[in-house]
Design a protein around this ligand. Sequence first.
Ligand SMILES: Cc1ncc(COP(=O)(O)O)c(C=O)c1O
Length: 365
Amino acid sequence: MIPQAAPPLRIARYRDAIDRAVARVLSGPTYILGAAVAEFEAAFAAQSGGGHCVGVASGTDALALALRALGIGPGDEVLLPAMTFAGTAQAILHCGASPVFVEVDAATRCLDPTAAAQAVTPRSAALVPVHLFGHPADMPALMALADRHGLAVVEDCAQSHGALLDGRPLGSFGHAAAYSFYPTKNLGGVGDGGAVVTRDPAVAERVRRLRHYGFGEGQRVSGQIGFNSRLDELQAAILLALLPHLAEGNAERRAIASRYGELLGGTGIGLPAGHEGCVYHQFAVTVRDRETLRTRLDAAGIGTAVHYAPGLHRHPAFLEGARAPLPVTDSLADSLLSLPIQPEVACGREERIAAVIRECLPCAA
Ligand SMILES: Cc1ncc(COP(=O)(O)O)c(C=O)c1O
């Protein structure tokens, strides 16, 4: 069986470094907000284009706390792509703001800047571009739009650790970036975790307070309402041990994507747009008869996944954010299929996977 993803295989690959990191925490003096969190924050900030990094409990919290730190709250509308994970919209609602779902570009599967411009209203306060599957959203166009309308921008980098656009790290374009370290991510821990990265020291300081009951440095007095949303020492130590291997994993993902491209090009299947800075969190193809192809792959022992169906504008909890028909999102939701791309699972198995797809294609493409 080739699973679609298997985080334990990545942990097994780096197990010695992880064991040393865990042992250091277990024999250390503190389990919350200690040296490992501080070291990880410094290392992750450096690799994400500089600035400040604040470790939090999840990617959803990273988005919500970054938006709050930028002043987003009740009465505000926040534009986001309809084709993303539910957590992006949940975070906006947790701030008391209203998500407004926007169409994505069919090729990049990321926020369409023209559609975003059309969705702006006098209540629009922020924009949350998602670098879906590790492919960069069009940040120059989206930042120009944000500048024109005075919108705060929080990049959702949950799927784009280490990705680049024009040689510049994703996450360094907006006013803040939110990361998830959920186990399947390109940089994933052995539990939940997240981080906010920003060049603005005031935003970083507000997130630091929000994650820890609204306390100021060294105080136990709540200056504001806060949360318990801290990255813990164990996760931070493990992430610090894995961080030096992120570039290696991303290079392997690019090589697997390129091999899939060679093997599946010209077959009629829809391939990812391809971008030199993409880190292929997923390798999602589009196919007309997805269920037939999924069933055939499953019968051949090859796992797949659907990211994401339906589009967020069709989730019962988010219906208020559906302002306009979103045919591109609907079409992607009906046809996207994620093949195995995690290196520990997919490396060296591209031919086997592609052969099953090619056999099935006359019926499914
Ligand atoms: C695009 C996107 N945004 C937000 C999240 C939420 O992250 P978490 O699961 O760590 O809360 C995820 C991850 O699952 C994601 O893929």
